[in-house]
Design a protein around this ligand. Sequence first.
Ligand code: PA5
Length: 471
Amino acid sequence: MDKIKETLRFDYNNMMDSYIGKKEGISEKELNSMKLIANEAHNNFKINRGKGMLGWVDLPYTQNLIIKDILLTAKAVKKAEYFVVLGIGGSALGPMALFQALCNIRHNDLKRSKRRSPKFYVEDNVDPERMQSLFEVLDLDKTVFNVITKSGSTSETMSQFLIISDILKKKYGERYKDHIIATTDEVNGNLIKIAKAEGFKCFYIPSGVGGRFSVISPVGLFPAAVLGINIKLLLKGCAEMDKMCRKSSFETNPALIAATLQYLAMKKGKNISVMMPYADSLKLMADWYCQLWGESLGKESNIFGEKVNVGQTPVKALGVTDQHSQVQLYTEGPLDKVVTFLSVDKYRATILIPAGYENFSSISFLSGHTLNELIIAEMVATEYALTKNERMNCKIILPYVDEYYVGQLMMFYMLQTAYCGYLLNIDAFNQPGVEEGKNATYALLGRKGYEMKAEELNSKRNKSSRYIVGK
Ligand code: PA5
C-alpha cells in the first residue's frame, strides 16, 4: 500500500436530536457547551502524553529497535507448528483481537502451506478441561509458548506457566527454555526474575503501559509478527490516528468528539455501550473494547476522592448474528444504551448469491445480490430501526480491514477512553475494584501474607440453605 489517504470515519448523526428526536438525542447546544471542557481534557492529555500511565501514546514512534528484535525472533518462531499465548485480560485480549482481525478467520483450520505461520491459541482461562484439551491438541516438540504478564504475578497466568514449564522440563531438561518466551515488565514482578535465571528470551512491557493499553507493545506485536501480521503498518495506522487527534480541535478530533458524546450519553442515563461489528474479523475487537472501556471507566471515586460510581457497561454483539438475538431488546427495551456499529466499506471477499427457486419470491429476491450487499443492508436497516425508535447509535467505518485501519481503530479507542477518563475526572488507568477479588483468591489458596484476609473470609456469614433451591 503506497498512497495512504483514507482514515476511519466516525458518524454520529444518530446521536443527535435532529435524527433521534429531542427527547433522547443530544442537541447542538449541549454539544457546544462541552467544547471548553473537552478542549481542556485534550490539553491535559497533550501535556501528560508519554508520562505516567500514558506511555502507550508514544509506542507508535519509539519501538524501532524492539521491532527489529520482534521480527527476528518471530522469524524463528514462525517455523513452529503451534504458538500458544498464556495471559489474561490485557495480556490476552489484544493478541486475540489482532489475530481475529488480521489472519484468516479459519487460520487454525488451514493447511500449513496456506497459513504460513503456526496455529495460534490464547489460553486466558484456568478451566482445567480447557487446559487438558489443549494438551490433546499440541505436539510439544513443535510448540512455543509466550507467557505474557505485566505484573509477573497474575495467578491465572503463573499457574499455567507452572504447569507448562513443569511438563516441558520433564520432557526436555535444560532445553525447555527454548519453548518459552516471556513478555513482562523489565524490572518489576517475579516473571522477569525467573526468566533471567532460566535464560528465557524476553520482551518488555514499558512501565507506563497498562495491560488494556498494551496491544501495541510487544504484548500484541510479538504474537502478531509470529502470525505474519505487518506490525509496522499497524503502528503506522496508530500514528496516523494519534496525529489526527493531536492536531485537531474539538470538531475534527474523532476520539475527543466520540468521548464527549459518550459522556453526554452517560449523563442522559445511557449506561450501556454496545459494540456491534458487522464483520466477523472485528468480532474480538468488541471483547478488547469491553475490557478497555469497562475496566478504565468503571470507578467508584473520582480524582478528588468523591464517590461517583461512574462507567458504562460495555456489551459485545455481532452483526448480523445478534439481530436474531439482541436487537429486539436494543430497539424496544430500556432506553439505556448507545449502540456503536463497526462497519467496513470493502470486505476482503465478495460472494454472489446465485439464482434459484424463482417461484418463491421470499427467497428469489436475494439472487443476484452479494453477501456483501446483504450484510450492509442489514446493518443500515438495524441502524434505521434503532434511530426510528429514538435509540442513540453511531458508527465507525473502516475503509478496509487491514493492519493500517485496525491500528487506527485501536488507537481511536485508546484515545477515546483516555479522553473520557479526563471528562469524568477519574483515573482511567487503575483497577482497584479487581484487587478485592484477587486478594480473596490469594487468601483462599493460602498465600503467605494474606492470613488476615483469610480470617476475614472465614468470618463471613455462612450461606443459608433457605436460599438455595435444589439438592
Ligand atoms: O488492564 C489491566 O491492567 C488488567 O486487565 C491486566 O491486563 C490483567 O489483570 C492481567 O495482568 P498481567 O498482565 O499483569 O498479568
